[in-house]
Design a protein around this ligand. Structure first.
Ligand code: FEO
Length: 401
């Protein structure tokens, strides 16, 4: 249970949960997660954030390798979601801090989760600073990135931004820094996964916050999940990546997600894919039976086009496709081209339902939905390829080709 000194007298004291898979009850983290917490040793000792439920002792052991936990004077809660404050009660009972700092909105969340506690809580707002001896901690509220209570803590003397959820990734590893991690694709994929499943609806807010981050003199960004971005180059990389994801400029790739009963819709999916590829748009096909809805959403990070396929089932669409659409709509992707298709035996409502659902997400729908009765015929395959072609043409135009 060794802590890691990330700056002089600032220690990572978080936890690594290699077996965690269900992130917040709605998103998958296929390779586990990390809840980061930071201990600052100074005239006043400060703990910034805690960890998820069940891990208080692991964190206290790490802290105990630096100082006696009872010597912590202040606790800062940058965000009240329980992956960061799920052990707060246990920690407060052990530490008995002089003060606990939360944002103005954090007061409400804290009262909701920990009603009736007579804790020494003080609300802070953007620009407030806390003098702890040889350094100051400056607070910046980041409302709706991604909760109303979210804030970050900036330590100018150490050029360190403790950024809470922002810039985080679900990576479970013994490595603590991005420059130690040797799998760049995996790292970027986990960044996309986190952003596209959690931060995406707040893209416009993120775009306003990024210049504020860039105006700070920083050489380290320490998020509350995953690897720490160490050095100017790493900080710039993650800020640029966030800007690109938040801008949602169209990218020349397509995603097809579908479900199928007797493989007619599946065959249509592969034919639509052929139409896209023949027209210069690479495509990824994802069965919603084989892929979790958060994995499908992550794939959207690289795709300017989204096509949905479902057989008609009880005058509607297949339940897993409905779930995927519901999840996707809530995350509010912008600036996409869409397409819909599906098979049926008789009533055949599904293609139109899919078309309408994607259009409700403000997607450009360049072609009518394609319907197949029973099994695909030559004409159906031709129509599917035509759908792929129409989407490819619309997407390439959107990309400026
Ligand atoms: Fe990592 Fe919003 O909690």
């Amino acid at each position: 249970m060794q802590p890691i000194e990330i700056k002089k007298d600032i220690f990572w004291v978080g936890i690594v949960d290699f077996d965690h898979r269900d992130f917040h009850g709605y998103s998958r983290c296929p390779d586990g997660t990390t809840c980061n917490a930071y201990l600052i040793r100074d005239k006043k000792n400060v703990l910034v954030d805690t960890v998820q439920p069940g891990w208080a002792n692991a964190m206290l052991c790490r802290i105990g390798n630096v100082i006696d936990p009872e010597k912590i004077d202040y606790i800062i809660c940058n965000h009240m979601e329980l992956d960061h404050q799920g052990v707060l009660e246990e920690i407060i009972e052990r530490v008995k801090p002089e003060k606990i700092f939360v944002s103005q909105m954090g007061l409400k969340s804290m009262a909701g989760y920990y009603a009736g506690k007579n804790w020494p809580v003080q609300a802070v707002k953007s620009g407030d600073s806390l003098d702890i001896g040889s350094r100051r901690i400056i607070f910046q509220e980041t409302r709706m990135l991604h909760w109303p209570d979210s804030m970050v803590s900036y330590i100018p003397e150490d050029k360190l931004l403790i950024s809470n959820d922002i810039f985080g990734q679900n990576i479970a590893s013994s490595m603590r820094f991005t420059d130690e991690y040797d799998d760049q694709w995996e790292f970027e994929h986990r960044i996309k996964e986190y952003f596209y499943n959690i931060v995406l609806p707040y893209s416009a807010i993120a775009l306003k916050a990024l210049p504020v981050v860039e105006s700070l003199d920083i050489d380290m960004i320490a998020p509350d999940h995953g690897l720490i971005h160490r050095g100017h180059k790493a900080c710039k990389f993650i800020i640029d990546m966030y800007r690109k994801m938040a801008e949602q400029k169209p990218q020349k790739r397509a995603l097809i997600f579908y479900d199928s009963m007797w493989k007619s819709t599946e065959k249509m999916a592969y034919s639509v894919c052929r139409g896209l590829e023949e027209n210069g748009v690479p495509c990824r096909i994802m069965s919603v039976k084989s892929n979790h809805h958060s994995a499908v959403m992550t794939e959207l990070a690289d795709c300017g086009a989204v096509l949905a396929g479902s057989p008609t089932h009880n005058n509607g669409i297949m339940p897993l496709v409905a779930a995927q659409l519901c999840y996707m709509a809530g995350l509010k992707p912008q600036n996409r081209v869409g397409g819909a298709f599906g098979s049926c035996g008789w009533s055949g409502e599904s293609p139109k339902i899919l078309q309408d659902r994607l259009a409700e997400m403000n997607m450009e729908m360049p072609a009518a939905p394609v319907k197949c009765l029973w099994a695909p015929t030559h004409e159906v395959y031709k129509a599917c390829r035509g759908l792929g072609e129409a989407v490819a043409i619309a997407l390439k135009k959107k990309c400026g080709e």
